[in-house]
Design a protein around this ligand. Sequence first.
Ligand code: HSE
Length: 400
Amino acid sequence: MIKIAILGYGTIGSGVVEVLNTNKESIAKRAGDEIEVKYILDLRDFPGDPMEDKVIHDYEIIAQDSEVQVVVEAMGGVEPAYTFVKRALLAGKNVTTSNKALVAKHGAELIAIAKEQSINFLFEASVGGGIPIIRPLNSSLTADEIEEITGILNGTTNYMLSKMTFEGLEFDDVLKDAQSRGYAEADPTADIEGYDACRKIAILTSLVCGQQVDFEEIHTEGITKITATDICYAKAMGRVIKLLATSRKTNDGYCAMVAPFLLSQQHPLYSVNDVFNAIFVHGNVLGDAMFYGSGAGKLPTASAVVADIVDIVKHLHTNILISWNSRKMELIDCKKMQSRFFVRSSDKKEKIKEIFGDIEFIELEGVTDEIGFLTSIMMEEEYEKKVSELQNIIQKIRVV
Ligand code: HSE
């Protein structure tokens, strides 16, 4: 019997209990042992809950109980999660977490401690909810040099942009709707400003390059400036707007960014709608692969956490090597990357043509005080130089 402790009895923590109960027998078969929840750490009491008697308020009880072999961290946020997880690992307890903030900030250090202790620190649920992506990158795709990872990594913003696209609604209205459905984080800033996706692409890029990628250095734009008019332009071009988190390997190093992009119908992420997430991976020998599914929510996320528990039980006292050390990876400035740009401007067509040369104008019926245009492919710093010569820029969105 393997005894586990769950830190945090919120959405994910209670989801883990539910998954362990729902699939008790098959999970025990696959793990090769039964799994029992010994403690649930939470500040609150849960009167009437079937797990009521497992709830404790003092982490020391878990830290000092040598029977607990696995700690499930489902609290969220960096502290006190970091302190609790580090202590658990140093005490020889395996850990699985769904906490992207913790993994993005302290992943390299926690992985190193687990290795020293011959135990495991696993974090499949921290990116893409229930979609397997961490384990594939760490085991199935190790024959490849991963040259690109591009994902829709935030379900809330994908839901919002889909709703704006299909129903022609404005940003504020769809945000309220996403909040009422419980998709948005407690503070929706993390979703709509791209910070959530930024931490997730930092984790994926760290795994791909094997070094620490600091999320603070990833160029991050959210979707707060996207309007219903932008969506109309996108439709006129046969495109959709998606918040992409992308990381590319170039000859000079890695470049990562989070920003809204205009996608053509041929793009593999074009049809990923609503709260779904998807991750496109390009390997130098594999070619293209896509991972698609439920990127958030109680049971999908708990499914990934429980799969980590099973993996931990299958590898007790054996570290599963994760190549991610604490040496910092200096990212390339995104301004050195090539892209096409869609621009809305109220400058004169002639002036725009004079500055940008070969462009394609997009006109919207009934709109006379501005014009949209698509540039040719150019380096972002070249675009910025050119655009500074225009007087009135209303919007700029990168195009893939
Ligand atoms: N708020 C996140 C999202 C939850 O919408 O994707 C999963 O990390």
